[in-house]
Design a protein around this ligand. Sequence first.
Ligand code: GLU
Length: 295
Amino acid sequence: MHYRGRFAPSPTGLLHQGSLLAAVGSFLDSAHNQGSWLLRIEDLDAARCRDEFTSGILATLESFALSSLLAVQHQSARTNLYDAALAELSASGRLFHCRCTRRELAALQATDAEPCCLGDCRTREINPAEASLRFDLTHLAPCELQDRSLGSIRFDPNIHRDVIVKRRDGVIAYHLAVVVDDADAGITDVVRGADLLQATVWQLGLQQALAVATPRYLHLPVIIEPDGQKLSKSRRSIAVDSDVATLAASLRRVLQLLRQDDPPASARTPREILQFAAARWNTGRFRGLHSVSTD
Ligand code: GLU
C-alpha cells in the first residue's frame, strides 16, 4: 500500500521544539518511504484554538520546507464525518451519557490517561445537556499491535471500558475525530510524540468499533529538560520569522535529538537538510526511547 503519513497539530499555540520534532519525524518517515504527507489542523475545540495559531503554524512549517502537496485539512470543516461516525456508533446501542467529571475520575483512577466512567452512569437518568457521550467498548475483542519504536500496545476492553466520543461542551472528542480522519485519509503510518502512546489504545478500540483499518504507529521520543522535567516555555517557542541560518540550526538540533546523521556543512537551507536527512532516516537510532533530553 502506498505510504501516507500526516502531521496533525492543534492550533492552541505556535509550533515549538517538541511539535517541530514530531513534524520533522513524520515528514522524514514519509519522505524516506516515498510517501505522501498530509497536514491536518485539529481545531475542533473552538475555545482553545485560534486562527492566528493555525496561520502561524502553517507559515513556520513552510519556512522549514515541511510542505505538503495535499490540501491542508481542518477538522472544524469536517464535522459531518464525525456526526456520521457518531450515528454509526449510536446504531449499535452502546452510546451512553456520563456525568462524571474529569476531577472525580482523576481522583479515583490517577494512573489512567483516559479514565473510564465510574460505573453507574449507564443506568442513571441523566440530563444530556450536563453530560458527555461515551461509547461502551466492553463487547470488543482485545487487540495488540507493535509500535515501530516502543513495542507492544494493547487494547483491552476489560481495562479500557469506554471512551468519550463527544464532550460535555458538545465538542467532538479527539479520539473519535482522529480515528475518523486517519481512516478517511487512508493514513498508513501515524508518526507522533510518545506523549500520545497511551491514547493509541482507545484509538485501536474505536477503529475496531467503526470497522476501519489500523495504521502502523511510530511514537517518537518527547523532548525533556536535562533534569527530566517537561520542556520549559523559553525552549518551546520558535519565532515565526526566523532567518534561514536559525531555521537550519533548529532542524540540525532536532536531527541530533533523534540520533540521526549530521547533515554536511554544505547543506545550508532547511530543504537541503531535509533531503539529506530523508535519505539517511534511521528509526533504529531512537528505538525504545520514550524521551530525549535537550542537553
Ligand atoms: N493534535 C494532537 C496534538 O497536537 C496530535 C494528534 C495526533 O497526532 O494523533 O497533540
